[in-house]
Design a binder for this molecule. Structure first.
Ligand SMILES: [Zn+2]
Ligand SMILES: [Zn+2]
Length: 336
């Protein structure tokens, strides 16, 4: 009888452990290092001459979000710069025509001055291998500034597994320690073969790459994508999740409405931040497709089971025309 109760107690404990939600005893911010996100990005300005090549936003003194100008590439991706005590880590290097090096050097030097240091090693990693996130690799590899010796790990499977200590891809998680700052690395193939997410235990921020962001979620391998989303949901269960920050904004602030492919000027774009609820909503949408991927618009993002360039000739022609019009308008100061 006693054994029965013990078993029952064990079962109750197991249930309570697996169902525990991310929480703190008081609504006081918990033990996370907090930060702020901007109300608007400068990329929402209507004229190219008013937009810096890279905008630097200080989320907090050890966490920076940089966004590429839409005028150098309509993809206008985000990259992230995190500082630990021993190393800094740059996540992604930007898209075509985005010369990140001068802004990166200035930002790292600002951090060094503020912290009374002369140098810090810089580890450069990637959310995934697509060209709009690795374009700047070459320029960064050629950096010779002794204040920030660079180690760049290419967005390739074996190098990625080795760096984070991931033995079984994609079911294992790995880690990287920047010195008093541990980042968990979760393999999430499906958008691309070598996609990973980063969970920063210090701030509770999840960097989700192109797998989860307010915009078009392009799915190249549906089964892997769904499994990766479900892996992210399981990984974040019971952990404080402050923000999910992805690599792009393509959604407008109007529910279910996006900016078409190629849009540069996005005056009413959606905020970058998503919550864990968005992951649950995405999974629900994927489950409803019963293994047959299809395009589906949700409130804050949409699912696109193909590459960015549609097979539909009319859609492709409209996209190309739109890109030309956008470039003309953003660079022409005579237009309103
Ligand atoms: Zn991508
Ligand atoms: Zn991308």
């Amino acid at each position: 009888m006693k054994r029965f109760f013990l078993a029952l107690f064990g079962l109750a404990l197991a249930v309570s452990v697996t169902s525990v939600q991310a929480q703190f005893p008081q609504p006081d911010g918990g033990n996370l290092e907090s930060g702020t996100l901007p109300q608007h990005w400068l990329s929402q300005a209507p004229k190219c001459m008013e937009i810096p090549e890279w905008q630097v936003h200080e989320y907090n003194p050890d966490f920076y979000i940089l966004r590429q100008s839409p005028c150098t590439d309509y993809e206008k991706p985000f990259v992230f710069l995190l500082f630990g005590k021993e190393r800094a880590m740059l996540v992604d290097t930007g898209s075509r025509n985005g010369d990140l090096v001068p802004t990166l050097e200035r930002t790292v030097k600002g951090w060094l001055a503020r912290n009374g240091r002369t140098s810090i090693p810089l580890l450069v990693v990637h959310t995934h291998e697509h060209s709009d996130h690795i374009w700047g690799d070459k320029g960064i590899q050629e950096m010779t500034d002794p204040a920030m010796p660079v180690t760049l790990v290419p967005a390739e499977l074996e190098a990625t597994k080795r760096l984070y200590g991931i033995t079984s891809w994609p079911t294992d998680t790995g880690q990287v320690d920047l010195g008093g700052r541990v980042i968990d690395v979760i393999p999430i193939p499906g958008h691309s073969a070598v996609s990973v997410a980063f969970y920063d235990r210090t701030t509770g921020v999840l960097l989700s790459g192109d797998t989860m962001y307010p915009g078009r979620l392009y799915v190249s391998d549906f089964t892997s994508f769904q499994q990766s989303v479900e892996r992210l949901i399981r990984f974040t269960e019971g952990k404080p999740l402050a923000h999910i920050l992805g690599n792009h904004i393509e959604q407008s602030s109007t529910p279910f409405l996006d900016y078409p492919v190629g849009t540069m000027y996005q005056p009413n774009e959606h905020e970058l931040d998503l919550s864990r609820g968005a992951l649950l909503e995405l999974d629900e949408a994927l489950v409803s497709m019963h293994g047959t991927p299809r395009r589906m618009a949700l409130r804050d993002f949409s699912v696109w089971p193909s590459g960015p360039e549609s097979d539909d000739a009319a859609e492709l022609a409209a996209y190309k025309k739109h890109v030309q019009q956008e470039r003309a308008r953003m660079w022409d100061h005579t237009q309103p």
